[in-house]
Design a protein around this ligand. Structure first.
Ligand code: FES
Length: 422
């Protein structure tokens, strides 16, 4: 919150928290009205520091939250013992937890029952915004209005210039029933964790998510290891049952982009890690606009705002990271090794017939070679050794070892290359 107060002002921060509360109430009332079994429950959010730097952060966050009209209070302790707690705990009540997949599937079922047509597994590859046609890999859809509700709109879109791309890992560790209290716990310290418990099929898990790292710029294994180590400070010998990851996009000025863009389409993106709340808010704003009524929150989030001053510092830091990566890649190059040194289940840049190729050797020895040049705007991809993918540091496109697109904004796969002598 204090970032929004500093960058904008406390009126904006207050409007953000009010709009988010409305969205949360909509989720709750829909789950109830349509009897969606998504385990919606109200609970408290606890924010606490485990280092001196983080303590300072929370000391700024508490008054900013009050300025933004959030009903926060400070407590001395967490509802469980934690040795390295630094300073007071900031508690915000009346937050919520639910199973997002169950909720969204429930909404999809109800919408389909009311005549809404949903096409899955049909990636959008082209847009004709003037004729309002969306081309997918399997066919085209014509509509009066197009809503680009996506991480990053395909091809080139102005919002890409102002968005920061991160990945985050999540793990679920099996724990004893009732060994962790209900609530959402955000630790800020050497690591940044978001922790909560989950009961499913008579098993209890500790869900731990965190440690955002820059897509295509940082080492994925190190980040996952750090998340696991930080989680074990809570449950030393817990068994990690599941691991996963997700990507998020954050606007440099901290507010999502919701509304019409320059082409006349609607866009809904830059939700950071708050997609369910901001997604719900975006649906309400865009539905109102299509229906011809005014939404009081629309002007705050409008998608054609560009606020280079507000996001300047963060964008400068971000651009520095991307530029450093570009300079390294194009001037110094990523480390290149001979193909013979490429071990099974690893990937590297390999020189072959005077060309640098991105090559992965799978665990059975099979080789996959592709061009390292991202098909979006020509940055160079980097290997992600946790998820076996080529990730682009510039706008977050990701590709499988054979070049297939995992996620955009790129719409073309990496060019496949062949490693036999010509
Ligand atoms: S995602 Fe934009 S250049 Fe790769």
């Amino acid at each position: 919150i204090h970032a929004i107060v500093d960058r904008w002002d406390s009126d904006v921060a207050r409007t953000v928290t009010i709009s988010r509360r409305h969205a949360l109430e909509q989720i709750e009332s829909r789950a109830e009205k349509y009897e969606i079994d998504c385990g919606f429950r109200r609970c408290s959010l606890y924010r606490y520091a485990t280092s001196d730097d983080a303590k300072e952060f929370l000391e700024r966050e508490y008054p900013a939250s009050l300025e933004a009209a959030l009903p926060v209070r400070q407590e001395e302790k967490l509802p469980f013992p934690l040795l390295h707690l630094c300073g007071p705990v900031v508690v915000l009540e009346n937050q919520a937890q639910f199973d997002p997949h169950a909720y969204v599937s429930g909404l999809a079922r109800i919408s389909a029952g009311q005549g809404c047509r949903i096409f899955e597994n049909a990636r959008v590859v082209e847009l004709d915004t003037s004729k309002r046609i969306v081309y997918t890999e399997k066919g085209k859809v014509k509509a009066k209005e197009i809503v680009l509700a996506t991480h990053s709109p395909i091809d080139f879109h102005l919002v890409q210039a102002e968005m920061i791309v991160n990945r985050e890992y999540g793990i679920a560790a099996r724990i004893e029933r009732s060994s962790f209290p209900p609530g959402i716990f955000w630790e800020k310290g050497t690591e940044q964790l978001s922790i909560r418990n989950l009961e499913v099929d008579q098993q209890t898990f500790l869900i731990s998510v965190g440690g955002a790292y820059k897509t295509g710029q940082e080492d994925a294994t190190t980040n996952l290891d750090r998340l696991e180590a930080a989680t074990r400070t809570y449950f030393k010998r817990c068994e990690i049952a599941f691991r996963w990851s997700a990507q998020n996009y954050r606007a440099a000025d901290d507010l999502p982009y919701i509304g019409r863009d320059a082409s006349g389409c609607f866009v809904a993106t830059g939700f950071q890690t708050d997609g369910l709340v901001y997604g719900t808010l975006a649906a309400a704003i865009i539905a109102d606009e299509i229906g011809g009524s005014n939404n009081v929150f629309a002007s705050l989030y409008k998608a054609d705002r560009f606020s280079p001053i507000k996001g300047a510092k963060r964008m400068a830091e971000e651009t520095k990271g991307v530029l450093t990566s570009l300079v390294k890649d194009y001037l110094l190059g990523q480390e290149i090794i001979p193909l013979s040194q490429l071990m099974p289940n690893t990937a590297a840049m390999v020189e072959f017939e005077n060309e640098t190729l991105a090559v992965y050797r799978d665990k059975n020895g099979k080789l996959y070679a592709v061009s390292p040049v991202c098909t979006h705007l020509k940055c160079k991809v980097h290997w992600n050794d946790v998820e076996s993918s080529w990730d682009c540091p510039c706008h977050g496109s990701r590709f499988a070892p054979d070049g297939t697109i995992i996620e955009g904004p790129a719409t073309e796969p990496l060019t496949q290359k062949f490693l036999h002598k010509r």
